[in-house]
Design a protein around this ligand. Structure first.
Ligand code: SAM
Length: 220
């Protein structure tokens, strides 16, 4: 554990809003690993003023701080399809983060062949690419499931897989007073970007590590 990192984290925690609780869990997970760690992310920081409370996660900046603070061979890898986002991100992070421009699925397939060749697995796999439309969630959710498939060779039981932008989704039914009640016949499910990763996690018996605005699982 690096006190320098946790001091930094405390200084930005308030700006992480609904993601604060789960980012903390991610770094606690990484702190439990003694060897150097591998973080892989899809969808990089794209805001040139990243702490401006835009509602985005500032994820790549946090991962950069973390791998640097460990002071070992820890590294982070990020991919984004947007040349602008990649340019912004590269200007904000150190050379301990590889930021690749391209489609995430193809990149993950290549990256994980490379990592496996070096005897490495992924310790934290953070999925936050294809923006979600909560009313038409399928294209985004399917893309994030494809990312999991593309990286599967480097996902093991100790990999923490996290999906951003996936609050629990439920059907609400209005009563005669106009108050909403949960639809008793429809179980609330993980929504948004994580909808299909969550179904898959459930079907293969992965362990839910946390359930907030972001969801995380181990035990794949
Ligand atoms: C929500 S933003 C990422 C935010 C960032 N993780 C953060 O915390 O600040 C989503 C990013 O995914 C990228 N994206 C969308 N489709 C993609 C794809 N097929 N492959 C890679 N990146 C993609 C977008 O260009 C965008 O920059």
């Amino acid at each position: 554990m690096s006190q320098e990192f946790w001091d930094f984290y405390a200084s930005v925690a308030e700006k992480l809003l609904q993601r604060e609780v789960s980012f903390r869990r991610m770094f606690e997970h990484l702190d439990r690993i003694e060897a150097s760690v591998v973080i892989v992310e899809t969808g990089c920081v794209r805001n040139p003023d990243p702490w401006a409370m835009t509602g985005e996660g500032q994820s790549t900046l946090l991962f950069d701080k973390y791998v640097n603070a460990r002071g070992d061979d820890s590294r982070a890898y990020s991919v984004d399809i947007s040349a602008d986002a990649v340019r912004v991100c590269r200007s904000l992070v150190s050379n301990k983060v590889e930021v690749h421009q391209g489609d995430s699925v193809g990149y993950l397939n290549q990256l994980t062949r490379r990592l496996l060749g070096q005897g490495q697995r992924i310790d934290l796999f953070y999925l936050d690419s294809f923006d979600v439309d909560y009313n038409y969630w399928f294209p985004s959710a399917a893309h994030h499931l494809k990312e999991l498939v593309a990286a599967w060779r480097c996902v093991g039981p100790n990999t923490l897989v996290v999906v951003d932008d996936c609050p629990v989704s439920a059907n609400l039914v209005a009563d005669e007073q106009g108050s909403y009640q949960l639809d008793r016949f429809y179980r609330p499910v993980v929504g948004g970007k994580g909808r299909l990763v969550a179904e898959f996690a459930d079907q293969v018996g992965a362990r839910l590590a946390f359930s907030h605005y972001q969801h995380g699982w181990t035990g794949f």
